[in-house]
Design a protein around this ligand. Structure first.
Ligand code: NAD
Ligand code: UDP
Length: 345
C-alpha cells in the first residue's frame, strides 16, 4: 500500500475519469482535476464532492497548453499523473484526424515534458483494447501482437504507447502503466455520476439506455452475420468502478517498479450484443427495440481479455458481473434522463 498521494487526473470530469477521481478521494488521496470540458460539464465535480464528502481541486485548462501544466505543477505538489484526457470517437477521428493527433498525441507529449521538468515520473495512461486490432486468437493477452489500427483514434493510442515506451527506455526514473481498457460500462451505484455522451451515442450501452428511457427510437444492431455464437459482435464489458479500482492498483505498482508495464483491464468474459440487450431488458423491465442493420465499418467480430497479468502483478480483478453493470447503467439513465444537462446540482 502506498501512502496518501497528490495526484493529477487529466480528463477527470469525463466518464472514466470522474469515477476514478471518486475512487481516489475515497482512498484518501488528494486529487487535482485538469479538464477543458470539451466533452464534460462542471456539474460532475459537485456530484463527486457530494459522494466523497470533499471536492477535488479543479483547474480548467488543456493538456496541450504547456504553460498551464507548468503553472499547475508549480502550484500543487503532484506526485503522480493519471492521464485520461483525450478524444475517443472512432468515427469523428476519421473526419478530424488533426484534432485527434493534437489532443491525444501532442497532449501526451506536452504532459510528459512538463512532468519531467518537475521531476514527476509516475504515469498511468488510458489506452484501449483497440490497439490489438482484428485478431482470431481470444482471449487477448498483453503479449498478443498489436494490430494495424484502422482509424486515427486507434493509431493515436498506439503512437502514445510507443512514445511512452521510448521514454521509459531512455530514462530509468519513469514508472509508467499503460492500461488497455476493454469496454467500460455502468455507473456509480448512487446514480449521481455516469456516462453522458454528447449527441447521439456511438457506444452500445449509452445507446441502449437512451432507447429504454425513450430518448431514442430503436437501437441499430450492427450486423448479425459475424462468426460468433449468435452472429452479433462479442465484447468484454467491464464495470467502470472495477476499472477505477484497477487504476488504484496500477498507481501503487508504478510507485514500486520503474519502466513501462502494460495491463489489460477486462473481465475475461465476452458477451454478444443480443446478450447485452437481454440483460438490459431484465435490469430495466422494459423492451429495448432494435433493428438489424449492416456491420459498422472497422468493427471486429470479437474481443475479450485475458486479465491474468493484472491479477498476478497487481492483485486486481473485476468483481462485478453483467447484470450489475446493466442495473447501474439503468439507474444512472433513469435518474438523469438528459444526463448532466438539466441538472441544477
Ligand atoms: P470522456 O470524453 O468522457 O472523458 C475525457 C475527458 O477529457 C473529458 O472530460 C474531456 O472534456 C477531457 N479532455 C479532452 N481533451 C482534453 C484536453 N486536450 N485537455 C484537457 N481535457 C481534455 O472519455 P472517457 O470515456 O472517460 O475516456 C477517458 C480516456 O479513456 C480517453 O483517453 C479514452 O480514449 C480512453 N478509453 C475510453 C474507453 C471507453 O470506452 N470509454 C475505452 C478505451 C479507452
Ligand atoms: N453496437 C451496435 N449498435 C450500436 C453501437 C454498438 O450494434 O449502436 C455493437 C458494435 O457493433 C459492437 C458492440 O455493440 O459489436 C460494442 O460496440 P461499442 O461501440 O460500444 O464498443 P467497441 O466497438 O468500441 O468495442
Amino acid at each position: 500500500m502506498v501512502g496518501k498521494m497528490s495526484i493529477l487526473v487529466t480528463g477527470g470530469a469525463g466518464y472514466l475519469g470522474s469515477h476514478t477521481v471518486l475512487t481516489l478521494l475515497q482512498a484518501g488521496h488528494s486529487v487535482v482535476v485538469l479538464d477543458n470540458f470539451s466533452n464534460s460539464s462542471a456539474v460532475v465535480l459537485s456530484r463527486i464532492a457530494q459522494l466523497a464528502g470533499r471536492a477535488p481541486t479543479f483547474v480548467r485548462g488543456d493538456v496541450r497548453d504547456g504553460a498551464c501544466l507548468r503553472n499547475l505543477f508549480l502550484k500543487y505538489p503532484i506526485q503522480a499523473v493519471m492521464h485520461f484526457a483525450g478524444l475517443k470517437s472512432v468515427a469523428e477521428s476519421a473526419r478530424q484526424p488533426l484534432n485527434y493527433y493534437l489532443n491525444n498525441v501532442s497532449g501526451t507529449l506536452q504532459l510528459c515534458q512538463a512532468m519531467a521538468e518537475f521531476g514527476i515520473y509516475r504515469l498511468v495512461f488510458s489506452s484501449s483494447a483497440t490497439v490489438y486490432g482484428d485478431s482470431n486468437e481470444m482471449p487477448l493477452s498483453e503479449d498478443s501482437p498489436t494490430g494495424v489500427p484502422t482509424n486515427p483514434y486507434g493509431r493515436s493510442k498506439l503512437m502514445v504507447e510507443e512514445l511512452l515506451q521510448d521514454l521509459a527506455d531512455a530514462e530509468g526514473r519513469w514508472g509508467i502503466a499503460v492500461l488497455r481498457y476493454f469496454n467500460p460500462v455502468g455507473a456509480h451505484k448512487s446514480g449521481f455520476i455516469g456516462d453522458d455522451p454528447n449527441g447521439t451515442p456511438n457506444n452500445l450501452l449509452p445507446y441502449i439506455s437512451q432507447v429504454a428511457v425513450g430518448r431514442l427510437k430503436a437501437l441499430q444492431l450492427f450486423g448479425n452475420d459475424y462468426p460468433t455464437p449468435d452472429g452479433t459482435g462479442v465484447r468484454d464489458y467491464i464495470h467502470v468502478l472495477d476499472l477505477a479500482a484497477g487504476h488504484l492498483c496500477a498507481l501503487e505498482a508504478v510507485g514500486r517498479r520503474s519502466g513501462l508495464s502494460t495491463w489489460n483491464l477486462g473481465t475475461g468474459r465476452g458477451y454478444s450484443v443480443l446478450e447485452v440487450i437481454s440483460a438490459f431488458e431484465r435490469a430495466c423491465g422494459r423492451k429495448v427495440d432494435f433493428v438489424i442493420v449492416p456491420r459498422r465499418e472497422g468493427d471486429v467480430a470479437q474481443c475479450w481479455a485475458d486479465p491474468g497479468k493484472a491479477f498476478r502483478e497487481l492483485g486486481w480483478r473485476a468483481e462485478r458481473g453483467l447484470d450489475e453493470m446493466m442495473a447501474d447503467a439503468w439507474r444512472w439513465q433513469l435518474t438523469n434522463p438528459d444526463g448532466y444537462k438539466e441538472s441544477g446540482v
